[in-house]
Design a protein around this ligand. Structure first.
Ligand code: ADP
Length: 407
């Protein structure tokens, strides 16, 4: 089978930034030591990045903040020059890297769209003829004569995205645009990406949304500390991203604001542990989650019980349950540690756990909403939970009969 032509090739790309380690901040300091040398520290943002994107491929780039994603896009868009390495983009490129780049705040949206269209490779006539489509897509019909400095960042983003998708560029490069704007516009962007992908354009998307990575991309890379940590299937890259982002004892679970109650006693602290007893926020699918809560009694608590619920990042309740009575009572000043083991049939994604302490049946004592965050990685990729199920095949008696007659 013939290999698909390559749209982007990056080979052993290096980029570093030199920053003064001591800033001369006052005129006096400069006057007193006018020729003192300025020391620089070198920050290696990209340390030998290599990958290839085939023509027509939708490639996702994931990585933590500061890993080097924007630097890479800026090198591809020729905003920066590389220190060394090779970089090749076949065809025209339409970048959407930073909000406001390519827009002039003192011009109206109309003027900016025409200017931007030309900058993205359209002829002035093409830009004018596509103007209405761009404005309609961006849903900014009422604001075309408004200067961009009066636009909100969401409005500017919609405009920039609309200009980009209307360009004829062979390669589209987008940083995080799906994260901006409301849910309906994000869906519109996702649909538009699908259309452009179906048209055979090459797309590069930097995203923190592992949902987008899995659902949109057919290839992905993970950048970690200026190098490619993983290059391959988006589901594997998404898993690895979640794993390195949320694994490790260094990541204490976020303690949310106190909820209702807390006078008679309180849930002082909640964290999650893995099967090795290590504190963690990230769990592979299928590996049990150990929920640990420290309960303090300020007064006597009769027949205490503990409950919790797990909600998806979209707020959908996935599971809720409570313990039977934990003890006859907790005395004033008691401090006890509650441990629960919860199986993990959850599909990859992030979840919030809320916990509650009650007494004498169901009288609430203390409620801690979203007190612990949980990230699950691994397969499966679809649905809210994976359920154990079984199956059997029953052969129709007639088919049996046919087989028998053949014998
Ligand atoms: P990401 O987009 O993955 O968050 P960046 O590419 O923006 O990461 O940054 C990678 C590293 O390079 C960071 O440590 C950042 O501080 C540094 N960096 C990026 N741009 C510059 C710059 N113009 N000057 C100095 N350092 C920079």
């Amino acid at each position: 089978m013939a290999e698909r032509p390559i749209a982007i090739e990056v080979k052993d790309l290096h980029k570093s930034f030199r920053m003064p380690s001591h800033r001369v901040s006052t005129i006096k300091e400069r006057a007193v030591r006018p020729f003192s040398p300025i020391d620089y520290t070198t920050l290696h943002a990209l340390r030998g990045i290599s990958f290839r994107v085939a023509k027509g491929e939708f490639m996702g780039i994931a990585g933590r903040n500061g890993s080097g994603k924007t630097t890479l896009l800026k090198l591809l868009a020729s905003i920066y020059r590389a220190d060394s390495g090779r970089l090749r983009v076949a065809g025209s490129l339409a970048p959407l890297i930073e909000l406001g780049v390519g827009f002039n705040p003192n011009l109206t949206a109309r003027e900016n769209v025409l200017l931007n269209g030309v900058m993205m490779g359209m002829t002035p006539r093409e830009a004018r003829s596509r103007f209405d489509k761009i404005i309609e897509f961006a849903e900014l019909e009422e604001f075309v004569e408004m200067k961009l400095k009066n636009y909100s960042s969401g409005m500017s983003m919609r405009l920039a995205f609309a200009v980009m998708v209307q360009s004829d560029a062979d390669v589209l490069m987008v940083d995080e645009v799906l994260a901006v704007g409301d849910a309906s516009f994000a869906q519109k962007c996702a649909d538009e990406f699908q259309r452009l992908h179906d048209e055979g354009r090459t797309i590069l998307l930097v995203t923190h949304s592992m949902e987008s990575l899995r659902s949109l991309c057919d290839h992905a890379i993970l950048i970690e500390d200026g190098v490619v940590d993983l290059d391959g299937d988006p589901a594997d890259v998404a898993n690895r991203y979640l794993q390195i982002n949320f694994k490790g004892p260094g990541q204490a679970p976020p303690q949310s604001a106190d909820g209702a109650g807390g006078e008679a006693g309180r849930i002082a602290e909640v964290w999650l542990e893995d099967s090795d007893g290590e504190r963690s926020r990230g769990f592979p699918h299928g590996s049990p989650i150990h929920l640990v809560a420290v309960i303090e009694a300020k007064q006597e608590i009769n027949r205490p019980s503990f409950g919790f619920d797990i909600r998806s990042s979209g707020g959908v309740p996935v599971f809720a349950s409570g313990s039977q009575q934990l003890a006859d009572s907790l005395k004033r000043g008691d401090r006890v540690t509650f441990r629960a083991t919860v199986p993990n049939p959850l599909r990859p994604g992030s979840y919030a756990i809320s916990c509650g302490l009650a007494q004498s049946g169901s009288r609430p004592v203390h409620w801690r909403p979203r007190i612990a965050e949980l990230v699950v990685w691994g397969r499966p990729q679809f649905g809210l939970v994976a359920l154990d199920w079984s199956w059997e095949l029953e052969r129709e008696s007639q088919a049996d009969a046919v087989e028998t007659t053949r014998e």
